[in-house]
Write a protein that binds this ligand. Structure first.
Ligand code: DGY
Length: 324
């Protein structure tokens, strides 16, 4: 009998077709994620779950799936939406898709940085709205990227990819990370304290996972230590930034600009006060959204799923301690 798989949304065919060819697959229809209640209704009896970062895979959902559940495979690198400790306690490996999206996410982080620096989105709106009457001697002046200081918080693989981009654009790169940076990185990026990172960065790019320690690490106090002209770039997780504090900082000139790929909550409601600010650029969590990367993520997620179903070690596992 084919294993029963629930896929919480249609993922690219590159991975989905593999799953459908091997498994009795049910895919949640539509463009919106299932609610927690829908998940609880739909997962009982499945052998494998393929989920997305939008799905709250908490204790209730994992328990609702029942004893057949052999693997949870997430189509994402981050797994803060999954109760990994609960899965581990039940002997269920959790798969994720790290690595493949490193360069793609850094591409977006740098695009946000550049767009914010040179006010690309404001300029586009200005032209489109018919406000472009002449070349303006002081029109929409932004900040130089070259020569500026790029601060990187979290020097994991995406942080390092961002550092390389910064160095390539002639930026001075500094970073703060709890674990010592790699030698390769230190050729063009200098480690500094968190306070120095905040006070010296012209552009501060966040690349830390969301944990108890990093939740709202960018808050009223830390924002107050940044330059009044600083640009904050977040492609990590929305919860790393206190959005009320960010709004106040942007509105009151405590910092200059924010460019956000991730928000808290997601999606950010259309009436959210951050949308009222012209110095805040928001895109809908597009970090890994290139065709090639999303195809590869789908294949990786399928391979993690198959390994879990076959009782083999997942090629990419968020809770390797499950094998101890
Ligand atoms: C991830 O996979 O964690 C990314 O945030 C997706 O863009």
């Amino acid at each position: 009998m084919k294993p029963k798989i629930f896929v919480t949304r249609r993922i690219p065919d590159a991975g989905l077709s593999l799953i459908e060819s091997r498994c009795d697959t049910s895919v949640f229809p539509g463009d919106l994620p299932p609610t927690r209640e829908e998940l609880i209704d739909l997962v009982p009896g499945i052998d494998g779950l393929l989920c997305l970062l939008t799905d709250p895979i908490d204790q209730k959902v994992i328990e609702a799936a029942g004893d057949n559940l052999k693997v949870i495979s997430s189509y994402a690198a981050g797994f803060d939406n999954i109760a990994v400790d609960v899965a581990t306690a039940r002997g269920i490996p959790v798969g994720n898709t790290p690595g493949v999206l490193t360069e793609t996410t850094a591409d977006l982080a740098f695009s946000l940085l550049a767009s914010a620096a040179r006010r690309v989105v404001e300029g586009e709106r200005f032209a489109r709205e018919g406000k472009w009457k002449t070349w303006g001697p002081t029109l929409l002046m932004g900040r130089d990227i070259h020569g500026a200081t790029l601060g990187i918080m979290g020097m994991g693989s995406i942080g390092r990819a961002m550092a390389r981009r910064g160095a390539g654009f002639g930026m001075r790169v500094i970073y703060c990370d709890r674990s010592p940076g790699e030698i390769e990185t230190q050729k063009f990026a200098r480690p500094v304290s968190f306070d120095q990172l905040l006070s010296e960065s012209d552009f501060l790019s966040l690349h830390v996972p969301l944990t108890g320690d990093t939740r709202h690490i960018i808050d009223e106090k830390t924002l107050a230590k940044m330059k009044a002209t600083a640009v904050l770039v977040n492609t990590a997780r929305g919860g790393v930034v206190d959005h009320d504090a960010l709004f106040n900082a942007l509105k009151n000139g405590i910092i200059g600009y924010a460019a956000l790929d991730v928000t808290e909550p997601e999606p950010l409601p259309p009436d959210h006060k951050l949308y009222t600010l012209t110095n805040c650029l928001i895109v809908p969590h597009l970090g890994s959204a290139s065709v090639a990367t999303r195809d590869t993520m789908a294949v990786m997620a399928a391979k993690n799923l198959f390994a879990g179903l076959d009782g083999e070690q997942l090629p990419n596992c968020a809770n390797p301690q499950v094998y101890e």
